[in-house]
Design a binder for this molecule. Structure first.
Ligand code: IPD
Ligand code: CA
Ligand code: CA
Length: 262
Protein backbone atom coordinates (compact mmCIF):
# COMPACT_ATOMS: atom_id res chain seq x y z
CA UNK A 1 0.00 0.00 0.00
CA UNK A 2 1.31 3.45 -0.90
CA UNK A 3 1.25 6.09 1.80
CA UNK A 4 2.42 9.69 1.80
CA UNK A 5 6.06 10.60 2.38
CA UNK A 6 5.05 11.91 5.80
CA UNK A 7 3.53 8.60 6.87
CA UNK A 8 6.59 6.75 5.55
CA UNK A 9 8.82 8.88 7.78
CA UNK A 10 6.65 8.11 10.81
CA UNK A 11 6.46 4.40 10.05
CA UNK A 12 10.22 4.11 9.58
CA UNK A 13 10.81 5.80 12.93
CA UNK A 14 8.19 3.65 14.69
CA UNK A 15 9.58 0.42 13.28
CA UNK A 16 13.16 1.27 14.27
CA UNK A 17 12.15 2.18 17.81
CA UNK A 18 9.95 -0.91 17.82
CA UNK A 19 12.91 -3.19 17.10
CA UNK A 20 14.69 -1.69 20.09
CA UNK A 21 11.68 -2.20 22.40
CA UNK A 22 11.18 -5.74 21.17
CA UNK A 23 14.79 -6.66 21.98
CA UNK A 24 14.35 -5.11 25.41
CA UNK A 25 11.12 -7.03 26.00
CA UNK A 26 13.10 -10.24 25.55
CA UNK A 27 15.49 -9.13 28.32
CA UNK A 28 12.62 -8.18 30.59
CA UNK A 29 11.21 -11.66 30.47
CA UNK A 30 14.51 -12.83 32.03
CA UNK A 31 14.52 -10.04 34.61
CA UNK A 32 11.06 -10.87 36.06
CA UNK A 33 12.60 -13.39 38.43
CA UNK A 34 15.17 -10.99 39.92
CA UNK A 35 14.12 -9.36 43.18
CA UNK A 36 14.95 -5.85 42.02
CA UNK A 37 12.82 -6.38 38.95
CA UNK A 38 13.24 -4.76 35.58
CA UNK A 39 12.13 -1.19 36.50
CA UNK A 40 15.46 0.56 35.81
CA UNK A 41 15.91 -1.45 32.68
CA UNK A 42 12.48 -0.33 31.45
CA UNK A 43 13.27 3.37 32.01
CA UNK A 44 16.39 2.91 29.91
CA UNK A 45 14.40 1.09 27.19
CA UNK A 46 11.89 3.92 27.19
CA UNK A 47 14.61 6.58 26.77
CA UNK A 48 16.38 4.57 24.08
CA UNK A 49 13.16 4.36 22.08
CA UNK A 50 12.54 8.10 22.41
CA UNK A 51 16.11 8.91 21.31
CA UNK A 52 15.60 6.78 18.19
CA UNK A 53 12.30 8.48 17.42
CA UNK A 54 13.75 11.94 17.87
CA UNK A 55 16.75 11.10 15.70
CA UNK A 56 14.67 9.64 12.86
CA UNK A 57 11.92 12.28 12.88
CA UNK A 58 14.32 15.17 13.22
CA UNK A 59 16.52 13.84 10.42
CA UNK A 60 13.56 13.59 8.05
CA UNK A 61 11.80 16.80 9.11
CA UNK A 62 14.41 19.11 10.63
CA UNK A 63 12.90 22.07 12.42
CA UNK A 64 9.66 20.44 13.53
CA UNK A 65 8.98 20.80 17.25
CA UNK A 66 9.03 17.64 19.37
CA UNK A 67 7.07 16.87 22.53
CA UNK A 68 8.13 13.54 24.02
CA UNK A 69 7.14 12.00 27.31
CA UNK A 70 10.71 11.37 28.37
CA UNK A 71 12.64 14.36 27.01
CA UNK A 72 9.94 17.03 27.33
CA UNK A 73 9.45 19.77 24.74
CA UNK A 74 12.10 20.60 22.17
CA UNK A 75 11.21 23.74 20.27
CA UNK A 76 11.82 23.69 16.56
CA UNK A 77 12.47 26.52 14.13
CA UNK A 78 9.20 25.54 12.37
CA UNK A 79 6.48 26.65 14.77
CA UNK A 80 3.61 25.17 12.76
CA UNK A 81 4.53 21.47 13.04
CA UNK A 82 4.97 19.49 16.25
CA UNK A 83 5.54 15.78 16.81
CA UNK A 84 3.76 14.48 19.90
CA UNK A 85 5.42 11.23 20.89
CA UNK A 86 5.08 8.50 23.48
CA UNK A 87 8.01 6.13 22.95
CA UNK A 88 6.45 3.48 25.17
CA UNK A 89 2.76 3.64 25.98
CA UNK A 90 1.71 0.85 28.33
CA UNK A 91 4.86 0.88 30.45
CA UNK A 92 3.33 -1.21 33.21
CA UNK A 93 2.37 -3.90 30.71
CA UNK A 94 5.86 -3.82 29.19
CA UNK A 95 7.43 -4.08 32.64
CA UNK A 96 5.40 -7.22 33.28
CA UNK A 97 6.06 -8.75 29.89
CA UNK A 98 2.43 -8.22 28.80
CA UNK A 99 2.48 -7.61 25.03
CA UNK A 100 0.00 -4.71 25.03
CA UNK A 101 2.16 -1.61 24.57
CA UNK A 102 2.95 0.72 21.70
CA UNK A 103 4.94 3.53 20.23
CA UNK A 104 2.67 6.48 19.51
CA UNK A 105 3.59 9.29 17.11
CA UNK A 106 1.22 12.14 16.30
CA UNK A 107 1.84 15.17 14.13
CA UNK A 108 0.07 18.40 14.96
CA UNK A 109 -0.04 21.21 12.40
CA UNK A 110 -1.31 24.62 13.42
CA UNK A 111 -3.19 23.12 16.32
CA UNK A 112 -4.80 20.25 14.37
CA UNK A 113 -3.76 16.59 14.45
CA UNK A 114 -2.93 15.70 10.86
CA UNK A 115 -1.28 12.28 11.16
CA UNK A 116 -0.85 9.43 13.61
CA UNK A 117 1.07 6.18 13.77
CA UNK A 118 0.68 3.64 16.58
CA UNK A 119 2.87 0.55 16.50
CA UNK A 120 2.85 -2.49 18.75
CA UNK A 121 6.14 -4.26 18.04
CA UNK A 122 5.10 -7.31 20.09
CA UNK A 123 2.50 -8.39 17.52
CA UNK A 124 3.64 -6.19 14.63
CA UNK A 125 0.33 -4.32 14.43
CA UNK A 126 0.83 -0.97 12.73
CA UNK A 127 -1.96 1.61 12.79
CA UNK A 128 -1.81 4.59 10.45
CA UNK A 129 -4.06 7.62 10.02
CA UNK A 130 -3.76 10.75 7.97
CA UNK A 131 -6.24 13.61 7.93
CA UNK A 132 -8.80 13.12 5.18
CA UNK A 133 -7.22 9.84 4.03
CA UNK A 134 -8.61 7.31 6.49
CA UNK A 135 -7.16 4.96 9.08
CA UNK A 136 -5.48 1.61 8.45
CA UNK A 137 -4.26 -1.42 10.34
CA UNK A 138 -1.50 -3.15 8.42
CA UNK A 139 -3.00 -1.81 5.18
CA UNK A 140 -6.61 -2.75 5.94
CA UNK A 141 -8.96 0.22 6.06
CA UNK A 142 -10.50 0.77 9.50
CA UNK A 143 -14.04 1.59 10.45
CA UNK A 144 -15.45 2.00 13.96
CA UNK A 145 -18.01 -0.59 15.11
CA UNK A 146 -21.62 0.10 14.18
CA UNK A 147 -23.39 -1.14 17.34
CA UNK A 148 -26.00 1.31 18.55
CA UNK A 149 -27.11 -0.26 21.83
CA UNK A 150 -24.84 0.14 24.79
CA UNK A 151 -25.82 -3.24 26.19
CA UNK A 152 -24.28 -4.95 23.12
CA UNK A 153 -21.04 -3.02 23.52
CA UNK A 154 -17.58 -3.83 24.83
CA UNK A 155 -16.16 -0.67 26.34
CA UNK A 156 -12.65 -0.01 27.60
CA UNK A 157 -11.68 2.41 30.33
CA UNK A 158 -8.65 3.59 32.23
CA UNK A 159 -8.25 2.96 35.95
CA UNK A 160 -6.04 5.20 38.05
CA UNK A 161 -3.37 3.23 39.88
CA UNK A 162 -1.79 3.78 43.27
CA UNK A 163 -1.01 7.43 43.92
CA UNK A 164 -2.77 8.71 40.81
CA UNK A 165 -6.19 10.14 39.95
CA UNK A 166 -9.52 9.92 41.73
CA UNK A 167 -10.19 6.31 42.70
CA UNK A 168 -13.62 7.04 44.13
CA UNK A 169 -14.74 8.67 40.87
CA UNK A 170 -13.40 5.70 38.89
CA UNK A 171 -15.49 3.36 41.05
CA UNK A 172 -18.61 5.50 40.44
CA UNK A 173 -17.97 5.37 36.69
CA UNK A 174 -17.59 1.60 36.77
CA UNK A 175 -20.72 1.21 38.90
CA UNK A 176 -22.73 3.17 36.31
CA UNK A 177 -21.32 1.41 33.25
CA UNK A 178 -20.96 -2.17 34.44
CA UNK A 179 -24.68 -3.04 34.47
CA UNK A 180 -25.30 -1.39 31.07
CA UNK A 181 -22.68 -2.98 28.82
CA UNK A 182 -21.75 -6.39 27.41
CA UNK A 183 -18.24 -6.05 28.82
CA UNK A 184 -15.83 -3.62 30.43
CA UNK A 185 -12.11 -3.86 29.71
CA UNK A 186 -8.94 -2.23 31.03
CA UNK A 187 -6.00 -2.96 28.73
CA UNK A 188 -3.43 -0.45 29.98
CA UNK A 189 -2.20 1.39 26.88
CA UNK A 190 -4.30 4.41 25.95
CA UNK A 191 -2.93 4.64 22.40
CA UNK A 192 -4.00 1.05 21.71
CA UNK A 193 -7.38 1.54 23.38
CA UNK A 194 -8.03 4.29 20.83
CA UNK A 195 -6.60 2.18 18.01
CA UNK A 196 -8.91 -0.69 19.04
CA UNK A 197 -11.92 1.64 18.86
CA UNK A 198 -10.78 2.72 15.38
CA UNK A 199 -10.50 -0.96 14.42
CA UNK A 200 -14.03 -1.74 15.67
CA UNK A 201 -12.66 -4.18 18.25
CA UNK A 202 -13.93 -1.98 21.06
CA UNK A 203 -17.22 -0.11 20.75
CA UNK A 204 -16.07 2.68 22.99
CA UNK A 205 -13.45 3.90 25.42
CA UNK A 206 -13.16 6.56 28.07
CA UNK A 207 -10.39 7.69 30.35
CA UNK A 208 -9.48 10.78 32.36
CA UNK A 209 -6.20 12.54 33.11
CA UNK A 210 -4.27 11.51 30.05
CA UNK A 211 -1.34 13.39 28.53
CA UNK A 212 -1.14 14.64 24.93
CA UNK A 213 1.39 11.92 24.00
CA UNK A 214 -0.97 9.16 25.20
CA UNK A 215 -3.72 10.21 22.81
CA UNK A 216 -2.43 12.50 20.02
CA UNK A 217 -2.09 9.72 17.44
CA UNK A 218 -5.12 7.80 18.71
CA UNK A 219 -7.51 10.74 18.39
CA UNK A 220 -6.93 11.11 14.66
CA UNK A 221 -7.04 7.30 14.32
CA UNK A 222 -10.58 7.17 15.74
CA UNK A 223 -11.76 10.18 13.74
CA UNK A 224 -10.36 8.86 10.47
CA UNK A 225 -12.12 5.56 11.14
CA UNK A 226 -15.40 7.47 11.32
CA UNK A 227 -15.63 7.69 15.10
CA UNK A 228 -16.42 10.60 17.40
CA UNK A 229 -14.11 11.80 20.16
CA UNK A 230 -14.76 14.32 22.90
CA UNK A 231 -13.84 15.24 26.44
CA UNK A 232 -16.03 14.04 29.34
CA UNK A 233 -18.40 16.99 28.91
CA UNK A 234 -18.91 16.21 25.24
CA UNK A 235 -16.83 19.12 23.94
CA UNK A 236 -14.18 18.77 21.29
CA UNK A 237 -11.31 19.22 23.75
CA UNK A 238 -9.91 15.74 24.42
CA UNK A 239 -6.29 16.67 23.65
CA UNK A 240 -6.39 19.83 25.78
CA UNK A 241 -8.40 18.39 28.69
CA UNK A 242 -6.70 14.96 28.75
CA UNK A 243 -10.15 13.38 29.15
CA UNK A 244 -11.40 11.14 26.35
CA UNK A 245 -14.76 9.64 25.44
CA UNK A 246 -15.10 7.94 22.06
CA UNK A 247 -16.95 5.45 19.90
CA UNK A 248 -19.35 5.79 17.02
CA UNK A 249 -21.46 8.93 17.37
CA UNK A 250 -24.32 7.15 19.15
CA UNK A 251 -22.14 5.32 21.66
CA UNK A 252 -19.96 8.38 22.35
CA UNK A 253 -23.13 10.38 23.05
CA UNK A 254 -24.46 7.65 25.36
CA UNK A 255 -21.18 7.49 27.25
CA UNK A 256 -21.05 11.28 27.70
CA UNK A 257 -24.61 11.22 29.04
CA UNK A 258 -23.60 8.73 31.73
CA UNK A 259 -20.14 10.08 32.60
CA UNK A 260 -20.73 13.84 32.54
CA UNK A 261 -22.87 14.09 35.69
CA UNK A 262 -20.56 11.91 37.85
C1 IPD B 1 -0.23 5.15 30.49
C2 IPD B 1 -1.12 4.23 29.68
C3 IPD B 1 -2.31 3.80 30.51
C4 IPD B 1 -3.09 4.98 31.04
C5 IPD B 1 -2.16 5.90 31.82
C6 IPD B 1 -1.00 6.35 30.95
P1 IPD B 1 2.42 5.13 30.04
O1 IPD B 1 0.88 5.60 29.72
O2 IPD B 1 -1.56 4.83 28.50
O3 IPD B 1 -3.21 3.02 29.74
O4 IPD B 1 -4.11 4.51 31.87
O5 IPD B 1 -2.87 6.99 32.29
O6 IPD B 1 -0.16 7.19 31.71
O7 IPD B 1 2.77 5.70 31.39
O8 IPD B 1 2.42 3.67 30.04
O9 IPD B 1 3.18 5.75 28.93
CA1 CA C 1 1.50 6.89 27.77
CA1 CA D 1 5.15 6.35 28.08
Amino acid sequence: MIHSALINVMVKAARRAGRSLKRDLGEIENLQVSLKGPANFVSAADRRAEDILYEELNKARPGYGFIGEEGGTREGSDKTNTWIVDPLDGTTNFLHGIPQFAISIGLQREGTMIAGVIYNPANDELYIAERGKGAFLNDTRLRVAARKKLNDCVIACGLPHIGRGDHELARREMAELQPRVAGLRRFGAASLDLAFVAAGRLDGYWERNLKPWDIAAGLIMVREAGGTVSGIEGHDNALESGNVVCGNETIQTELVKILKPL
